[in-house]
Design a protein around this ligand. Structure first.
Ligand code: ATP
Length: 554
């Protein structure tokens, strides 16, 4: 996991990741490049691209810059939005004093998701000035007028509607939209949330953050794996919808908003959430409700977050994921998994690790239970044919020692194979431990009994009883080891465990004193030929039947 850039805080997380069937993730940095850039500035009627701004639009950008915290050299600005506004203004040659002579910051209400705006008070040569930038619906609500073609104009409901529609159009291009507004302040006025009213709307600032090309395939893989994905974003629903349409393979992603969730009681929320793909204007307290609702529905939820306020939802989720690059210490401390590069692809790879774990559990269980089933079947069948037991208690103990200990352990702890394999997508507790496990156990049981039965029958036809039971013992162990090696592929640990156990078996059988202790007899070339031939025949039959059973399980 560390190689993938993901840090697991406790091992239980891998198992839970393998079971996760809902993944709620952020937009910025997870689906997008996470590099917000100034794209355009408008006066409410028409936008111009960031590299061709005229004087009125530069004035809008200057006001947005005033409503941005100061850049400190020692530390980067906390919010990407602010960084993008500042970098865009610098590139456009816009400074805070444009349109506000001798402006000097005196107070600020920093951006918070619940406020959705940043407000700054500053002293100019004409008195105090309040500058605000933020989510259009929040800022427009606090406006009483607008500047239209350089002159003040009233902001009646029709004008608000037209500006709202304009903001939606900009957002529908996948952009983050900020409304910018100002008003003069009285000298003794304090900057509080209540004071952010009676504003004059100046214009819109649109920021772009390109969608990463790898985000769409990652989302598709999650859907193929049966994971319901939900994009949670603080952005405008139109922005979220535009981004979702680019990454999702759902033809028309269903979008709802945080305020809409507030209107619903728990029962209505439970009914709605399984059908939702995007939740916009989503704040940290919504995330908590969303996790609780999915858990009420019996879903296993993985939830990403970066802000300190996301910590409760991260902690509550079955798998809390903090985004390493943007994550606050509080979010990281609450998380089970820290994704270093914030990318959805890394989260998908971590999920595959979890699925691989369930595949390993199945393989180990199939070896243990299926092998024992084969031994019992062989013993019962030969006993019913001959009236005696083909293997002594010591021999059965030896079989279990050589097949269940090192080989089964090696299978359980081997490196997961096929990270990119489509098969892993279909693993998980229900798929891995359901019909697939039953089929694998039965197949292993049948093949083991077949290998031992063929060997015992061939050896009994050509020799004494003790020799036949030694050959049956060797074939019982050999057939199981061959299947273990076929499951483990070229994994070093499985190869060492499998070949090591085979060498120990050969050593025991061929060493006279030890062989007798276990009720065996050293074997000649013909007996070994019968043993190896039976193992090969049974293993070949197993390989032919495996794809057939997989098809049945799928
Ligand atoms: N620094 C800021 N100053 C003013 N307004 C902001 C600032 N940052 C964001 N906004 C406004 O608040 C809205 C929500 O932003 P927020 O940062 O909470 O989104 P988010 O949850 O981080 O979304 P995502 O995960 O998709 O980036 C934005 O759409 C924007 O309109």
């Amino acid at each position: 996991m560390a190689d993938l850039g993901a840090l697991v805080r406790n091992p239980r997380t891998i198992e839970a990741l393998g079971r996760a069937d809902v993944l709620c993730f952020d937009k910025t940095g997870t689906l997008t490049e996470g590099t917000l850039q100034l794209a355009a500035v408008g006066d409410g009627d028409q936008e111009l691209p960031a590299d061709r701004l005229d004087t009125p639009r530069k004035a809008v950008l200057a006001a947005a810059l005033r409503a941005t915290p100061p850049a400190r050299q020692a530390e980067p600005m906390a919010h990407q939005t602010d960084r993008a506004v500042m970098a865009g203004a610098r590139r456009a040659g816009v400074a805070v004093r444009q349109g506000a002579p001798r402006w000097r910051r005196t107070d600020a209400l920093p951006f918070e998701p619940s406020r959705a705006y940043h407000a700054t008070a500053g002293r100019t040569s004409h008195g105090l000035l309040l500058s605000v930038k933020g989510a259009p619906e929040n800022v427009l609500r606090r406006c009483v007028g607008r500047r239209h073609r350089g002159a003040p104009a009233p902001l009646d409901p029709d004008a608000v509607e037209a500006l709202t529609a304009r903001a939606e159009e900009l957002a529908a291009a996948g952009r983050r939209v900020l409304a910018v507004a100002e008003r003069p302040m009285a000298d003794d006025e304090e900057l509080t949330d209540e004071a952010v009213r009676d504003l004059v709307f100046l214009g819109f600032v649109a920021l772009a953050d390109p969608v990463r090309t790898s985000a769409a395939p990652a989302t598709r893989r999650l859907h193929e794996a049966g994971v319901h994905t939900v994009m949670l974003t603080g952005d405008h629903p139109a922005t979220a919808d535009a981004i979702a349409a680019r990454v999702s393979d759902v033809p028309e992603p269903k979008v709802c908003t945080g305020p809409e969730l507030d209107e619903l009681d728990d029962a209505a929320l439970d009914a709605l959430l399984p059908t939702v793909d995007v939740i916009a204007r989503c704040s940290p307290h919504h995330k908590v409700r969303i996790v609780q609702a999915y858990q009420r529905l019996g879903r296993v939820v993985a939830m990403t977050g970066d802000g300190a306020n996301d910590a409760p939802a991260i902690r509550l989720a079955d798998v809390g994921i903090a985004l390493g690059r943007r994550g606050t210490p509080a979010a990281t401390a609450a998380a089970d998994l820290v994704v270093g590069d914030d990318r959805l692809e890394t989260i998908v790879s971590a999920l595959m690790e979890g699925r691989a774990m369930w595949a390993s559990v199945r393989a180990a269980l199939a070896i243990l239970i299926g092998g024992n089933l084969g031994e019992v079947t062989f013993s019962v069948l030969t006993a019913s044919l001959t009236g005696g037991t083909p293997l002594s208690a010591r021999q059965i103990m030896l079989v279990n020692l050589l097949t269940d200990l090192a080989p089964a352990l090696a299978i359980a702890v081997r490196e997961p194979t096929g990270h990119t394999g489509e098969r892993l997508l279909r693993e998980g507790p229900h798929r891995s431990l359901g019909t697939a496990l039953t089929n694998e156990m039965l197949l292993r049981g049948v093949i083991t009994a077949l290998g031992a039965g063929l060997a015992w029958f061939g050896a009994r036809l050509t020799g004494r009883r003790r020799r036949a039971s030694t050959v049956a013992l060797a074939a019982l162990v050999g057939t199981q080891l061959a299947q273990t090696l076929a499951t483990g592929g070229l994994d070093r640990h499985v190869l060492i465990a499998g070949l090591g156990s085979a060498a120990v078996l050969a050593g025991i059988v061929q060493t006279p004193g030890v062989s007798h202790f276990f009720g065996c007899t050293p074997l000649g070339p013909v007996a070994w030929g019968i043993t190896l031939g039976s193992i090969a025949l049974a293993t070949l039959a197993g390989s032919a039947l495996t794809p057939l059973l997989r098809g049945l399980a799928d």
